[in-house]
Design a protein around this ligand. Structure first.
Ligand code: MG
Length: 310
């Protein structure tokens, strides 16, 4: 029996591990991970590459940590504070940052209109860049029930993403993590969660979250929010462990760090932190540009998660 605290740690640490594990395979072909590491459990997978050191987490986890620290230090959701931290981080030139996220954060517009103004002009803001950073907030708001956790997910997503599609995907992730933390199967909660999705967006999420959907059926690159979330849920549904879920996610290719970060958040919440291999948590580290160049290790993420769950 996995206890709730282990599941919360699993969501946060599991997402960070997925990010670091998937980063070297970003934009690579399908099956690249299994080609390189044919047998699960043999080690060496936290390999680095593509500009990333072995175990180095990318912008996904860096922004997730910024959200977590804001929630803890403010004692709740202070959107202006989260936005300010994002800006401070973006200004320190992190190794990677989403194009749209960077445009919004550097626009000079106020926190409560920057993303909306960007969306008005560009009309494209349904990337996975808000979904990717949602594990800590999902853990934090889980205790407040479905409506509160989905609302918080939407509001955090809206800081950088003006398209409601990104809000709804982040809200769905929040809710599935909330369900997993209770010990129930989040896959059994998909239908009820879809009922809580804004009606204009329900259809597209119903498609990618359907039990028979496969990532090959995606109509967009998995850097978009719908196939990213759909792929993470597919990886969870078609495997039986944290480790095999992550392998399946990274083997999809494309935006592997983020698909694996989202998968890792869900699978970590389901299987608990003890299911995350130690050979992956040991090299894990999260640089925080703009914040005295701190580098968080797994033990720091554990401590931060304990503060989130109070
Ligand atoms: Mg990334």
């Amino acid at each position: 029996m996995v206890v709730r605290a282990e599941r919360a740690l699993g969501a946060v640490v599991g997402s960070a591990v997925g990010d670091a594990l998937g980063a070297p395979f970003e934009f690579g072909p399908e099956g690249a991970f299994s080609d390189r590491f044919p047998e699960p459990g043999h080690g060496g997978e936290m390999c680095g590459g593509g500009g990333w050191d072995p175990g180095e987490a990318t912008d996904d986890t860096q922004m997730a940590v910024l959200v977590a620290e804001s929630l803890v230090e403010c004692g709740g959701l202070e959107l202006a504070d989260v936005f300010r931290r994002f800006q401070q981080w973006a200004a320190a030139e992190p190794k990677d940052i989403g194009l749209q996220t960077e445009a919004v954060l550097s626009s000079g517009d106020p926190w409560d209109s920057a993303a909306a103004l960007h969306f008005q002009v560009n009309q494209r803001a349904a990337g996975n860049g808000a979904l990717m950073r949602a594990a800590p907030s999902a853990v934090y708001f889980a205790a407040h029930g479905r409506e509160a956790t989905m609302t918080a997910g939407r509001r955090l997503a809206a800081l950088t993403h003006g398209d409601r599609a990104a809000w709804e995907g982040t809200a769905v992730f929040h809710e599935l993590v909330r369900v997993a933390l209770t010990g129930d199967n989040p896959l059994d909660a998909v239908e009820a969660t879809l009922d809580a999705v804004h009606r204009d967006h329900r259809g597209r999420y119903a498609t990618v979250l359907a039990p028979d959907w496969h990532p090959d059926q995606a109509t967009e690159f998995n850097g978009a929010v719908w196939p990213c979330l759909g792929s993470a849920v597919w990886a969870l549904r078609t495997t039986t462990s944290y480790e095999t879920a992550l392998r399946a996610a990274i083997d999809l290719g494309g935006d592997t760090d983020t698909v694996a970060a989202v998968t890792g958040g869900l699978a970590g919440a389901v299987y608990g932190v003890t299911a995350v291999p130690e050979r992956w948590t040991t090299p894990l580290h999260v640089p925080l540009p703009g914040f005295a160049d701190r580098v968080l290790r797994t033990a720091d993420l554990v401590a931060l998660t304990r503060l989130l769950t109070g």
